[in-house]
Design a protein around this ligand. Structure first.
Ligand SMILES: Cc1cc2nc3c(=O)[nH]c(=O)nc-3n(C[C@H](O)[C@H](O)[C@H](O)COP(=O)(O)OP(=O)(O)OC[C@H]3O[C@@H](n4cnc5c(N)ncnc54)[C@H](O)[C@@H]3O)c2cc1C
Length: 546
């Protein structure tokens, strides 16, 4: 028996993809060679766009109640040690106290992978068509014109079997078997640092020092930035990272213990829960696959965690790919639709991994220009030196903390399934984001009623918004969509704010929530527009703007 979708790797990306396919009513099998337990959480920040998807999926309360202490302050501070000098601080409220930004109905959330993976697992499992098979490893596959045949092994019994699927997606992480089997290379910087992470337990670490509580501490010594510490559950667990450099090093538990004591600035009792040496990279796959086999998440891009873009970019991959796979499985997707996945998402990854490396450089800037020795002493001029150094560092780091443009401002420029409207591309900002309904952009958020955003309308089908009282009739559009069996819905919007923000009277939004087309009048050939946005025809040239 053949299944529509076979997904390899049940990290956050595979789970999100399986869940989104289930949400769309498409059956899939998700295989994972591990047992689903997260030994050491990597990601801990869910970005605002990912939270918008969680809202669409109805799982925001699950994220909020997943386990992070929502009263724990989220300040970031730079110190010589927790019992040494504080050099600067960026204050952030606790998750419970942080309002969403005006551009979104949701806010970013703190939810480390050991809490988020089970949330996504529960989301995926709720759909009758989704099966998750742990202890199942992909060994290899053969792609045919009409199907993919995968060879898998039960890692406990060693038993091998074949699985036949219409499509295969490798969300199997940085060492992706799927990517390697496709012969896809990755380009960029393969080694930025050799870093070692330790998650340790210490009840009441805050009582061992005089600094205000915070989510993240960056440690600066005479050699510059050397380590970080994050509150991984906002209670008793901490993740210490010895940042390292390009020199390959293996550290013993004893060495890491001493490093943690140096960071805290005094001896104390703590229990090491896990150690994880890892290589920080800046790499993007040269192709995201094609035909019947694709890659997503860390299989397609690897980034420095500085900024928290890795998983969030991968979840965008999953959502972008999911509706296109659905379209092809249901028969309404055109022959170019799946090609557009890599065309749209690869440039987003290239942009995001470059920004993450720049964040790393800013964090490590104190290595390039050594900190003045006065900041580690208690002498004349020391306080002034600390203020001066701290202010400069605080300023430099702000771009990492405030990155709404990365999360919401990505644009599918030049995509063959987006119909451009001839307006110029707005500047690609990191720290700010101006909502726009320009084709290729995320459809803007506006409150239509208390707790009802316009973006709550998007997710399953194409939605054609008729904005304002003068919006033209769209029967021909609906007929065109019906002719091509494209799921399609027309919604009338009378909100003045929405009319202003969306700028046109007709706006077509895709099932992933990105704008596909907009105009003030009906197109001459609505069938052509439908054929472009479903990937059956190549893009239409923009109309000249008056
Ligand atoms: C310290 C750190 C902090 C981070 N913080 C953030 C953050 O705050 N926000 C953020 O967005 N990102 C963050 N990231 C990045 C983020 O963790 C990754 O981008 C994300 O985990 C990638 O998810 P994935 O599902 O693609 O891959 P993975 O999480 O690596 O999952 C891949 C899965 O595939 C399975 N697998 C592999 N091969 C096979 C096979 N042959 N058969 C079956 N199964 C297989 C593996 O067992 C694994 O479970 C951080 C990373 C690090 C290192």
């Amino acid at each position: 028996m053949s299944i529509p979708g076979l997904i390899v790797g049940a990290g956050p990306i595979g789970l999100a993809l399986a869940g989104d396919l289930g949400f769309r009513g498409v059956s899939c099998l998700l295989i994972e060679k591990g047992d689903g337990r997260v030994i050491q959480p990597k990601m801990d920040m869910i970005g605002v766009r990912t939270m918008e998807y969680c809202r669409r999926w109805g799982i925001v309360p699950w994220v909020e109640s997943a386990g992070y202490n929502r009263d724990y302050p989220q300040d970031c501070a730079w110190v010589t040690s927790l019992n040494g000098y504080e050099l600067g601080r960026e204050p952030f409220p606790a998750p419970n106290d942080e309002p969403p930004p005006p551009e979104s109905p949701q806010k970013r959330e703190r939810c480390p992978q050991n809490f988020f993976d089970p949330v996504l697992q529960r989301f995926a499992r709720q759909w009758p068509g989704v099966t998750i098979s742990y202890h199942t490893e992909l060994l290899g596959f053969t792609a045919h014109a009409d199907r993919v045949v995968a060879r898998v092994r039960d890692v406990r019994s060693g038993e091998e079997r074949e699985i036949e699927a219409s499509y295969l997606v490798g969300s199997d992480g940085g060492a992706s078997t799927v990517r390697q089997s496709l012969g896809i290379a990755m380009s960029g910087a393969p080694t930025l640092t050799y870093t070692t992470n330790v998650v340790f337990r210490c009840d009441g670490l805050e009582r061992l020092h005089d600094k205000k509580a915070g989510y993240r501490f960056i440690f600066i010594g005479p050699e510059g930035t050397w380590a970080t510490l994050v509150a991984i559950n906002g209670r008793d667990q901490w993740r210490f990272s010895l940042v390292g450099d390009r020199t390959q090093q293996t550290h013993s538990e004893d060495y890491m213990r001493r490093a943690i004591v140096r960071a805290v600035g005094r001896d104390f009792d703590f229990e090491i829960l896990s150690m994880l040496p890892w290589i920080r990279r800046q790499l993007v796959a040269d192709s995201y696959g094609g035909g019947r086999v694709f890659i997503a998440g860390d299989a397609a891009h690897l980034t420095s965690p500085t900024g928290g873009f890795g998983m969030n970019t991968g979840i965008q991959d999953a959502v972008n790919l999911s509706w296109k796979l659905t379209a092809c499985i249901e028969g309404w997707g055109g022959e170019h639709l799946l090609e557009s996945y890599g065309i749209e998402q690869r440039p987003v990854a290239i942009r995001n991994v470059a920004e993450a490396t720049d964040n790393l450089k800013r964090m490590l800037s104190s290595r390039v220009q050594s900190p003045p020795k006065e900041i580690f002493e208690d002498g004349p001029g020391s306080d002034a030196a600390r203020i001066d150094f701290g202010n400069r560092y605080t300023q430099a780091m702000r771009r990492e903390w405030f990155s709404i443009g990365i999360h919401l401002g990505y644009v599918y420029e030049g995509s063959p399934i987006i119909v451009p409207d001839g307006t110029p591309r707005p500047p690609d900002e990191v720290m700010s984001y101006r909502q726009t309904a320009r084709p290729g952009s995320r459809a803007p958020h506006v409150w239509l009623a208390p707790d009802r955003s316009i973006i709550d309308l998007f997710g399953k089908e194409f939605v054609l918004l008729r904005l304002g009282p003068d919006a033209p009739a769209c029967d021909a559009f609906e007929q065109a969509a019906r002719r091509r069996k494209v799921p399609f819905r027309i919604v009338d919007i009378d909100s003045t704010e929405a009319c202003t923000l969306y700028e046109r009277r007709l706006v077509l939004v895709r099932p992933d929530g990105q704008v596909a087309w907009r105009a003030d009048t009906m197109p001459d050939d609505p069938l052509r527009v439908i054929d472009v946005v479903r990937g059956a025809e190549t893009s239409i040239k923009p109309k000249k703007q008056c």
